[in-house]
Design a protein around this ligand. Sequence first.
Ligand code: FAD
Length: 237
Amino acid sequence: MTTVLESLDSVAVTLDDGQVLEADLLIGADGVHSAIRALAFGPEEDFLHYLGFHVGAYSFRDAGLAALVGNRIAVTDTRNEAMFFYRLRDGRITAMAVHRTKNPEIPADPQALLRSRYRNLGWICPAALQHCPDDLYYDQVAQIRMPRWHTGRVILLGDAAAAVSLLAGQGASSAWPPPLSWRTNSTSIRESARPSPPSKHGSGRWSQNTSGPGSRRPAGSFRQRGVAPSSAGTSSA
Ligand SMILES: Cc1cc2nc3c(=O)[nH]c(=O)nc-3n(C[C@H](O)[C@H](O)[C@H](O)COP(=O)(O)OP(=O)(O)OC[C@H]3O[C@@H](n4cnc5c(N)ncnc54)[C@H](O)[C@@H]3O)c2cc1C
């Protein structure tokens, strides 16, 4: 996706292959590293708040370890790094590793980092780390905080709009529609009276991005929202 262009009548998205898709509404449900958010609202660093942890996760089969985990969520009682284990319905075990680090940068080799940093945690950790694949999920633990989740004909949902993070309230289980009353007419979606969370940039910049009645353009004219971010980072779970 390279551009989001909006008119009074529609919103047009240009895909990486040059194809242009036009629709009444563009819904960005593309996770914590949302490309649609970057194009329509601004760069990720404006909204992503690093919480001081990294997380790695993967699933694997091992009947012996599955028996030890049983039907519980097992967590090591360790500080600065902890491993979580739970069984999935299909018998696989999910291992989740969370550690503190001041450096938000993703390491070059997350598999090697996990194997070295968590190897002394005891219990089933060393055996579980043997199952760690090189394509594990690995990301910063971060929140997405935005003062508003819609602008013109673009709306964000889920983690793209308001990731709470797996440590601070999970995400999927707290899914909700954005606190908006979606009163639509041919050109606008209006926000409810519910207060928005504060922005580190204040609310001033948002008036520029919002297509309210004062910023209407003649039908058929498009305004460009932005260009694709250079890197989307890793995807979320
Ligand atoms: C390790 C871990 C464990 C978690 N455990 C829990 C839990 O136990 N309970 C809980 O409630 N929450 C949990 N969460 C949080 C939960 O996973 C998220 O809050 C939830 O998945 C957010 O859903 P979403 O649909 O908004 O985004 P996502 O689930 O991230 O989905 C976004 C989708 O968009 C796709 N996408 C992204 N960019 C593009 C693009 N350019 N083109 C096409 N597709 C794209 C992605 O591939 C993905 O499929 C956990 C998170 C992590 C990281």
